[in-house]
Design a protein around this ligand. Structure first.
Ligand SMILES: [Zn+2]
Length: 456
């Protein structure tokens, strides 16, 4: 049955509007928007409403290792020593535990302003590397976790075939590995599961990177999967850039632009180490740069070329990747402040206006594009993904609306979030997901066992 929510303020296409009624149908789609409306027949929702954000890059199981790789064992710790810990963790988790960990991650995402997740799913097999009897068993666990939490899902099964360009996989990677044919079967089975469980979810594809998917397969992927989003890690680490230069004669982003038909369907995750020409060409391609600033900082990856990319009209979105922190405004703040630290300037991403607005508009629009979903705006036909900020009891009540987005991103952050509706369903009230307590209890049991397994 359709119902109507009344908000004193809501962020619509033209900015903040007063006295807004959103009508939502039984499927959770916005079917009507009226500004300057009365409250008659509506549920009156206190606070101010804005669209939910897409978390365009997640590896859900990594929530179990957040904070477990922050201890130095030798000088020169880097991404690659972090990855060693990640392999230990992934090889210790069974399907029930992976589902429990993913559910925790998605519940926390909803509390933190993310209403859709792009799950870049690369753990496919049992710990010996053998496919499960149902090849897409673990994809099914991810889907079940998303369904239980209420978060919107773009499922991105990952093609992972090699340990490096021209190198066989390492033992730690055995749960990830498929050749092209095995992957096509896995993808088909994932499609069946998704259709049955979450028909409004989107299925894309994710060749892992030019180091872990064969370049010939990456070049062919757009043709093999003619619809849906295509996500790939690119240029996160200098070793990867150097390997591409040596083996393929070009850095990864230039190679992808030249050989893989990168266009608006594509999302290049990280895109950290780019030449000026790659930055301009990526912007012109219409692809989304999938930025994960908290993870990129935690892993010591590097800093994205933000001003040049935005000046060239580039599109971006944000993701929490390793899930070291799950927080939409912290990602945006880290994205902006890392540019300021590098350039020794202020407000470098928005020289002509509100930084909060530039960051949020970018992440709303780029996130929707990268997810291939009708999200990122409170608009007719879109999913009713709504984040409601507490207004009366916060600084927002004293500030004019033109200051609200800057306050949300740079000051108040996600602790201002009171309610979250995902697909029209109220899943967070008072800042807490309704299933938080049981989900967190299950997660803690997994974490305790994991700590024992890693110690043993
Ligand atoms: Zn990633």
């Amino acid at each position: 049955m359709a119902r109507s929510l009344w908000f004193a303020w809501a962020w619509l296409a033209d900015g903040w509007q007063r006295d807004v009624v959103l009508t939502i149908d039984h499927a959770g789609i916005i079917t009507g928007i009226t500004a300057g409306a009365g409250q008659g027949g509506c549920d009156i929702v206190p606070g101010i409403a804005m669209p939910g954000l897409a978390n365009l890059h997640s590896h859900g199981f990594q929530r179990a290792m957040a904070g477990l790789a922050e201890r130095g064992n030798r000088p020169g710790e880097d991404f690659w020593s972090w990855r060693h810990v990640m392999y230990q963790v992934v090889n210790a988790l069974d399907p029930d535990e992976i589902e429990a960990v993913n559910t925790m991650a998605y519940v926390e995402m909803l509390q933190a302003g993310f209403t859709t997740v792009g799950e870049f799913h690369y753990v496919h097999h049992d710990p010996t590397g053998k496919p499960y009897a149902a090849r897409a068993e673990l994809a099914g666990r991810v889907i079940a976790a998303a369904q239980a939490s209420g978060i919107g899902l773009t499922m991105l099964p990952c093609l992972y075939s090699a340990g490096g360009i021209g190198r066989a996989a390492e033992p730690g990677q055995r749960r990830f590995i498929n050749d092209r044919d095995a992957f096509l079967r896995l993808h088909d089975e994932t499609a069946d599961l998704l259709r049955a469980a979450m028909p409004d979810a989107v299925l894309g594809v994710a060749p892992h990177s030019l180091r872990a998917a064969r370049p010939a397969d990456v070049a062919a992927i757009g043709g093999l999967f003619p619809t849906g989003p295509v996500h790939i890690h690119a240029a996160e680490q200098m070793i990867e850039v150097d390997d591409c230069l040596t083996s393929l004669g070009a850095p990864p982003v230039a190679w992808l632009l030249d050989h893989a038909g990168v266009d608006q369907r594509w999302c290049l995750i990280h895109a950290t180490h780019l030449t000026a020409s790659e930055t301009a060409r990526l912007a012109a391609s219409g692809a989304v740069a999938g930025l994960c600033p908290l993870t990129e900082a935690d892993l010591g990856d590097g800093i994205f070329a933000g001003p040049a990319f935005l000046q060239a009209g580039g599109r971006f979105g944000i993701g929490s990747d390793s899930l070291i922190r799950i927080d939409a405004t912290e990602e945006l703040r880290q994205l902006d402040t890392s540019q300021r630290l590098r350039d020794q300037r202020r407000v470098v991403l928005s020289p002509h206006g509100s930084a909060g607005e530039v960051l949020l508009r970018g992440a709303w629009q780029g996130g929707a594009q990268a997810m291939g979903q009708p999200i990122g705006a409170l608009a007719i036909g879109n999913r009713a993904d709504i984040v409601v900020l507490d207004h009366a009891g916060t600084d927002l009540a004293a500030l004019p609306p033109a200051r609200w987005l800057d306050h949300f991103v740079f000051v108040g952050g996600t602790r201002l979030i009171d309610r979250v509706y995902a697909g029209g369903r109220l899943v967070v009230s008072g800042g807490r997901h309704h299933e938080h307590a049981p989900v967190a209890a299950r997660f803690r049991a997994v974490l305790r066992r994991l700590i024992d397994a890693l110690a043993g």
